[in-house]
Design a protein around this ligand. Structure first.
Ligand SMILES: C[S@@+](CC[C@H](N)C(=O)[O-])C[C@H]1O[C@@H](n2cnc3c(N)ncnc32)[C@H](O)[C@@H]1O
Length: 196
């Protein structure tokens, strides 16, 4: 990933975050109160680990955070954070249960390895999010929250409709710290419906 040395890059260094991505989650969390003390949080695509750092502070020691990524996380984390190095296409909901149960908050900042061909990258991102959504439907507790990174493009409307079927409120968000030229956008589902 190319490092852009902008305001958020230097702010992350100053605040001890391993990546500037932390500020995207922070901004959305401040606006929508996504993560609360004591929550069980699943973070897919967690490497290098700035969302883990942010989420672990927010949930506190009584909460739990489980991160999953193809890549390792190479910095030390508090004991209430665990990391699984795996491909989410190889995992079932059972593999991701936290303390044997459902999760309160399901995050995915996953992005496919980009090819430079926009339509292909958008399709790969959509495939990741279909997997995320099917895992979230099984693993997220009723009234739970799902936040996923998506790529702007044709499949986004389909993904949004699937969110509308599954959540009471759905928001499409572009955080300030997400570069304007980036095709990324975040879909937030608040209040998972009891019956889907
Ligand atoms: C933008 S980075 C996430 C940054 C992270 N939120 C942070 O704050 O440090 C996207 C991550 O998605 C991961 N990823 C992409 N495809 C994946 C897959 N199939 N299974 C697991 N992780 C995947 C990549 O390895 C990459 O580390």
């Amino acid at each position: 990933m190319k490092k852009i040395k902008d305001h958020y890059f230097y702010k992350a260094k100053h605040d001890g975050y391993v990546a500037r991505s932390a500020y995207k989650l922070e901004e959305l969390d401040k606006k929508y109160r996504i993560i609360r003390k004591g929550n069980f949080v699943l973070d897919l695509g967690c490497s290098p680990g700035s969302w883990l750092q942010y989420a672990s502070k927010k949930v506190g020691k009584k909460g739990r955070v489980l991160g999953v990524d193809l890549q390792p996380v190479n910095h030390s984390l508090p004991t209430h954070v665990k990391v699984l190095q795996a491909d989410i296409f190889d995992l079932t909901a059972k593999d991701l249960e936290m303390d044997g149960g459902l999760v309160d908050v399901f995050l995915s900042d996953m992005a496919p390895k980009t090819t430079g061909i926009r339509a292909t990258d958008v399709q790969h991102s959509f495939a990741l999010n279909q997997q995320v959504l099917s895992l979230a439907i099984e693993l997220l507790r009723p009234q739970g929250t799902l936040l996923v990174k998506a790529f702007q493009g044709a499949p986004l409307e389909g993904l949004r409709s699937a969110f509308v079927e599954s959540f009471d409120r759905v928001k499409l968000c572009k955080p300030k710290s997400s570069r304007a030229e980036s095709v990324e956008i975040y879909l937030l589902g608040l209040g998972k419906k009891h019956r889907i």
